[in-house]
Design a protein around this ligand. Structure first.
Ligand code: KIV
Ligand code: NA
Length: 265
Protein backbone atom coordinates (compact mmCIF):
# COMPACT_ATOMS: atom_id res chain seq x y z
CA UNK A 1 0.00 0.00 0.00
CA UNK A 2 1.22 3.45 -0.85
CA UNK A 3 -0.02 5.60 2.01
CA UNK A 4 -2.03 8.69 1.21
CA UNK A 5 -0.42 11.80 2.71
CA UNK A 6 -1.34 15.46 2.83
CA UNK A 7 1.17 15.89 -0.01
CA UNK A 8 -0.57 13.29 -2.18
CA UNK A 9 -3.83 15.23 -1.88
CA UNK A 10 -2.24 18.37 -3.27
CA UNK A 11 -0.69 16.30 -6.08
CA UNK A 12 -4.13 14.88 -6.85
CA UNK A 13 -5.49 18.40 -7.21
CA UNK A 14 -2.60 19.37 -9.48
CA UNK A 15 -3.17 16.25 -11.62
CA UNK A 16 -6.92 16.83 -11.79
CA UNK A 17 -7.64 13.60 -9.91
CA UNK A 18 -10.71 13.91 -7.67
CA UNK A 19 -10.23 13.05 -3.97
CA UNK A 20 -12.59 10.54 -2.33
CA UNK A 21 -13.32 10.98 1.37
CA UNK A 22 -15.76 9.10 3.61
CA UNK A 23 -16.41 8.96 7.34
CA UNK A 24 -15.78 5.96 9.62
CA UNK A 25 -16.09 5.64 13.36
CA UNK A 26 -15.08 2.06 14.15
CA UNK A 27 -12.61 -0.69 13.24
CA UNK A 28 -14.82 -2.98 11.15
CA UNK A 29 -16.20 -0.25 8.91
CA UNK A 30 -12.84 1.47 8.51
CA UNK A 31 -11.31 -1.81 7.35
CA UNK A 32 -13.84 -2.05 4.52
CA UNK A 33 -13.55 1.64 3.63
CA UNK A 34 -9.75 1.54 3.52
CA UNK A 35 -9.70 -1.66 1.43
CA UNK A 36 -12.07 0.06 -1.05
CA UNK A 37 -9.34 2.67 -1.68
CA UNK A 38 -11.03 5.70 -0.17
CA UNK A 39 -8.30 8.36 -0.06
CA UNK A 40 -9.25 10.12 3.17
CA UNK A 41 -11.14 8.66 6.13
CA UNK A 42 -12.78 11.28 8.32
CA UNK A 43 -13.52 10.41 11.91
CA UNK A 44 -16.24 13.05 11.91
CA UNK A 45 -18.01 14.49 14.91
CA UNK A 46 -21.07 13.29 12.97
CA UNK A 47 -20.40 10.29 15.25
CA UNK A 48 -22.45 12.36 17.69
CA UNK A 49 -25.46 11.89 15.37
CA UNK A 50 -24.99 8.50 13.74
CA UNK A 51 -23.21 6.61 16.52
CA UNK A 52 -24.57 8.23 19.68
CA UNK A 53 -28.00 9.39 18.48
CA UNK A 54 -27.67 13.05 19.44
CA UNK A 55 -29.57 15.65 17.44
CA UNK A 56 -26.42 17.74 16.81
CA UNK A 57 -22.64 17.33 16.79
CA UNK A 58 -22.22 19.50 19.88
CA UNK A 59 -22.42 16.91 22.71
CA UNK A 60 -19.62 14.57 21.59
CA UNK A 61 -16.50 14.82 23.77
CA UNK A 62 -12.78 14.80 23.00
CA UNK A 63 -12.41 11.45 24.80
CA UNK A 64 -15.19 9.95 22.69
CA UNK A 65 -13.61 11.27 19.46
CA UNK A 66 -10.28 9.74 20.50
CA UNK A 67 -11.98 6.39 21.15
CA UNK A 68 -13.55 6.41 17.65
CA UNK A 69 -10.31 7.59 16.02
CA UNK A 70 -8.11 4.96 17.67
CA UNK A 71 -10.53 2.22 16.57
CA UNK A 72 -10.39 3.51 12.98
CA UNK A 73 -6.61 3.88 12.95
CA UNK A 74 -6.11 0.23 13.92
CA UNK A 75 -7.89 -0.79 10.69
CA UNK A 76 -6.26 1.56 8.19
CA UNK A 77 -3.29 0.74 5.96
CA UNK A 78 -3.65 3.23 3.11
CA UNK A 79 -5.99 6.16 3.77
CA UNK A 80 -5.13 9.47 5.40
CA UNK A 81 -7.10 9.60 8.67
CA UNK A 82 -8.44 13.02 9.71
CA UNK A 83 -10.21 13.59 13.04
CA UNK A 84 -12.69 16.34 13.90
CA UNK A 85 -11.76 18.32 17.00
CA UNK A 86 -15.13 18.44 18.76
CA UNK A 87 -17.10 21.50 19.81
CA UNK A 88 -15.73 23.11 22.95
CA UNK A 89 -12.22 21.67 22.61
CA UNK A 90 -10.63 24.44 20.50
CA UNK A 91 -12.79 27.57 20.46
CA UNK A 92 -11.94 29.08 23.83
CA UNK A 93 -8.21 29.63 23.32
CA UNK A 94 -5.32 28.56 21.06
CA UNK A 95 -3.48 26.68 23.83
CA UNK A 96 -6.53 24.56 24.51
CA UNK A 97 -6.86 23.95 20.77
CA UNK A 98 -3.27 22.74 20.57
CA UNK A 99 -3.70 20.54 23.66
CA UNK A 100 -6.77 18.91 22.08
CA UNK A 101 -5.00 18.36 18.76
CA UNK A 102 -1.98 16.83 20.54
CA UNK A 103 -4.22 14.47 22.53
CA UNK A 104 -5.87 13.30 19.29
CA UNK A 105 -2.53 12.74 17.56
CA UNK A 106 -0.85 10.97 20.52
CA UNK A 107 -3.72 8.90 21.83
CA UNK A 108 -5.32 7.84 18.54
CA UNK A 109 -2.28 7.96 16.21
CA UNK A 110 -4.37 9.77 13.59
CA UNK A 111 -2.69 11.77 10.81
CA UNK A 112 -4.46 15.15 10.88
CA UNK A 113 -7.24 17.15 12.52
CA UNK A 114 -10.19 19.18 11.20
CA UNK A 115 -11.68 22.35 12.67
CA UNK A 116 -14.67 24.48 11.66
CA UNK A 117 -14.38 28.19 10.86
CA UNK A 118 -11.99 30.79 9.47
CA UNK A 119 -10.92 34.17 10.89
CA UNK A 120 -12.50 33.38 14.31
CA UNK A 121 -10.17 30.44 14.95
CA UNK A 122 -7.08 31.75 13.14
CA UNK A 123 -4.80 31.74 16.22
CA UNK A 124 -5.79 28.17 17.09
CA UNK A 125 -5.11 26.94 13.56
CA UNK A 126 -1.68 28.62 13.64
CA UNK A 127 -0.77 27.01 16.97
CA UNK A 128 -1.76 23.54 15.83
CA UNK A 129 0.12 23.90 12.53
CA UNK A 130 3.20 25.23 14.37
CA UNK A 131 3.31 21.95 16.31
CA UNK A 132 3.56 20.07 13.02
CA UNK A 133 -0.01 18.79 13.04
CA UNK A 134 -1.74 19.00 9.62
CA UNK A 135 -5.06 20.89 9.71
CA UNK A 136 -8.06 20.53 7.42
CA UNK A 137 -10.49 23.47 7.38
CA UNK A 138 -14.29 23.37 7.16
CA UNK A 139 -16.38 26.30 5.88
CA UNK A 140 -19.96 26.94 4.78
CA UNK A 141 -22.50 25.01 6.81
CA UNK A 142 -20.43 24.27 9.90
CA UNK A 143 -22.64 22.05 12.09
CA UNK A 144 -20.95 23.06 15.36
CA UNK A 145 -22.49 26.52 14.76
CA UNK A 146 -25.98 25.23 13.99
CA UNK A 147 -27.59 27.22 16.81
CA UNK A 148 -26.16 30.42 15.31
CA UNK A 149 -27.57 29.56 11.84
CA UNK A 150 -30.87 28.20 13.17
CA UNK A 151 -31.39 25.85 10.20
CA UNK A 152 -29.50 23.37 8.03
CA UNK A 153 -30.25 25.31 4.80
CA UNK A 154 -27.68 26.24 2.14
CA UNK A 155 -25.10 28.81 3.33
CA UNK A 156 -23.38 31.74 1.60
CA UNK A 157 -26.11 32.47 -0.97
CA UNK A 158 -25.78 36.21 -0.23
CA UNK A 159 -22.76 38.18 -1.36
CA UNK A 160 -21.61 39.21 2.11
CA UNK A 161 -21.41 35.64 3.43
CA UNK A 162 -19.88 34.43 0.15
CA UNK A 163 -17.16 37.10 0.35
CA UNK A 164 -16.38 36.12 3.93
CA UNK A 165 -16.17 32.46 2.93
CA UNK A 166 -13.71 33.25 0.12
CA UNK A 167 -11.60 35.36 2.48
CA UNK A 168 -11.67 32.59 5.11
CA UNK A 169 -10.64 29.96 2.55
CA UNK A 170 -7.70 32.10 1.42
CA UNK A 171 -6.74 32.72 5.05
CA UNK A 172 -6.76 28.98 5.84
CA UNK A 173 -4.56 28.31 2.82
CA UNK A 174 -2.13 31.09 3.83
CA UNK A 175 -1.92 29.70 7.38
CA UNK A 176 -0.94 26.31 5.93
CA UNK A 177 -4.06 24.11 6.00
CA UNK A 178 -3.79 21.17 3.57
CA UNK A 179 -7.45 21.04 2.43
CA UNK A 180 -10.83 22.62 3.16
CA UNK A 181 -14.27 21.00 3.41
CA UNK A 182 -16.99 23.14 1.82
CA UNK A 183 -20.41 22.13 3.14
CA UNK A 184 -23.76 23.02 1.57
CA UNK A 185 -22.87 26.13 -0.45
CA UNK A 186 -23.81 27.05 -4.06
CA UNK A 187 -21.86 25.15 -6.75
CA UNK A 188 -20.68 28.41 -8.32
CA UNK A 189 -19.10 29.54 -5.05
CA UNK A 190 -17.34 26.17 -4.70
CA UNK A 191 -15.99 26.70 -8.22
CA UNK A 192 -14.65 30.17 -7.39
CA UNK A 193 -13.03 29.00 -4.16
CA UNK A 194 -11.53 25.85 -5.71
CA UNK A 195 -10.04 27.80 -8.63
CA UNK A 196 -8.57 30.45 -6.35
CA UNK A 197 -6.80 27.97 -4.03
CA UNK A 198 -3.81 25.70 -4.58
CA UNK A 199 -4.93 23.36 -1.76
CA UNK A 200 -7.86 21.01 -2.50
CA UNK A 201 -11.48 21.65 -1.56
CA UNK A 202 -13.65 18.72 -0.49
CA UNK A 203 -17.37 19.21 -1.05
CA UNK A 204 -20.45 17.90 0.72
CA UNK A 205 -23.44 19.56 -0.88
CA UNK A 206 -20.93 21.86 -2.57
CA UNK A 207 -21.46 20.66 -6.12
CA UNK A 208 -19.29 19.17 -8.85
CA UNK A 209 -16.48 21.72 -8.87
CA UNK A 210 -14.91 20.72 -5.56
CA UNK A 211 -11.57 18.91 -5.83
CA UNK A 212 -13.00 16.01 -3.84
CA UNK A 213 -16.20 14.75 -2.22
CA UNK A 214 -17.10 13.54 1.27
CA UNK A 215 -20.17 11.73 2.65
CA UNK A 216 -21.17 10.26 5.98
CA UNK A 217 -20.91 6.49 5.50
CA UNK A 218 -24.29 5.77 7.13
CA UNK A 219 -25.89 8.04 4.52
CA UNK A 220 -24.02 6.47 1.57
CA UNK A 221 -25.08 2.98 2.74
CA UNK A 222 -28.68 4.04 3.32
CA UNK A 223 -28.61 3.18 7.03
CA UNK A 224 -30.11 6.57 7.79
CA UNK A 225 -33.45 6.86 6.05
CA UNK A 226 -35.03 10.00 7.49
CA UNK A 227 -32.21 12.26 6.24
CA UNK A 228 -32.83 13.22 2.60
CA UNK A 229 -30.88 16.28 1.46
CA UNK A 230 -30.53 16.82 -2.30
CA UNK A 231 -26.76 16.31 -2.19
CA UNK A 232 -27.01 12.78 -0.82
CA UNK A 233 -26.56 9.86 -3.21
CA UNK A 234 -27.42 6.54 -1.60
CA UNK A 235 -25.54 3.50 -2.91
CA UNK A 236 -27.46 0.93 -0.84
CA UNK A 237 -30.59 0.65 1.23
CA UNK A 238 -29.06 -0.97 4.28
CA UNK A 239 -31.86 0.24 6.53
CA UNK A 240 -34.24 -2.03 4.63
CA UNK A 241 -31.80 -4.85 3.87
CA UNK A 242 -30.54 -5.10 7.45
CA UNK A 243 -34.09 -4.96 8.73
CA UNK A 244 -35.06 -7.88 6.47
CA UNK A 245 -32.02 -9.96 7.43
CA UNK A 246 -32.59 -9.38 11.13
CA UNK A 247 -36.33 -10.20 10.92
CA UNK A 248 -35.41 -13.40 9.10
CA UNK A 249 -33.03 -14.29 11.94
CA UNK A 250 -35.78 -13.66 14.50
CA UNK A 251 -38.20 -15.86 12.50
CA UNK A 252 -35.60 -18.63 12.19
CA UNK A 253 -34.97 -18.64 15.95
CA UNK A 254 -38.68 -18.62 16.77
CA UNK A 255 -39.45 -21.39 14.26
CA UNK A 256 -36.48 -23.50 15.49
CA UNK A 257 -34.96 -23.40 11.98
CA UNK A 258 -31.77 -21.88 13.45
CA UNK A 259 -29.52 -23.50 14.49
CA UNK A 260 -29.91 -26.68 12.44
CA UNK A 261 -28.05 -29.98 12.79
CA UNK A 262 -24.99 -28.71 10.93
CA UNK A 263 -24.82 -25.53 12.96
CA UNK A 264 -24.08 -27.18 16.28
CA UNK A 265 -21.29 -29.17 17.98
O1 KIV B 1 -18.52 15.19 10.86
C1 KIV B 1 -18.58 14.96 9.63
O2 KIV B 1 -19.00 13.88 9.17
C2 KIV B 1 -18.13 16.01 8.72
C3 KIV B 1 -18.33 15.81 7.25
C4 KIV B 1 -19.77 15.80 6.90
C5 KIV B 1 -17.58 16.81 6.45
O3 KIV B 1 -17.62 17.00 9.17
NA1 NA C 1 -17.81 17.27 11.39
Amino acid sequence: YKRVTVKSLIEMKNNGEKISMLTSYDYSMAKIVDAANVDVILVGDSASNVMAGHETTLPITLDQMIYHASSVIRAVKRALVVVDIPFGSYQSDPKEALRSAIRIMKESRAHAVKVEGGEEIKESVKRILNAGIPVMGHLGLTPQAIYKFGTYTVRAREEEEADKLIADAQLLERLGCFAIVLEKIPAELTKRVSESLSIPTIGIGGGKHADGQVLVIHDLLGMTHEFNPRFLRRYMNLYEDMGKAISQYVDDVKSRDFPNDEEQY
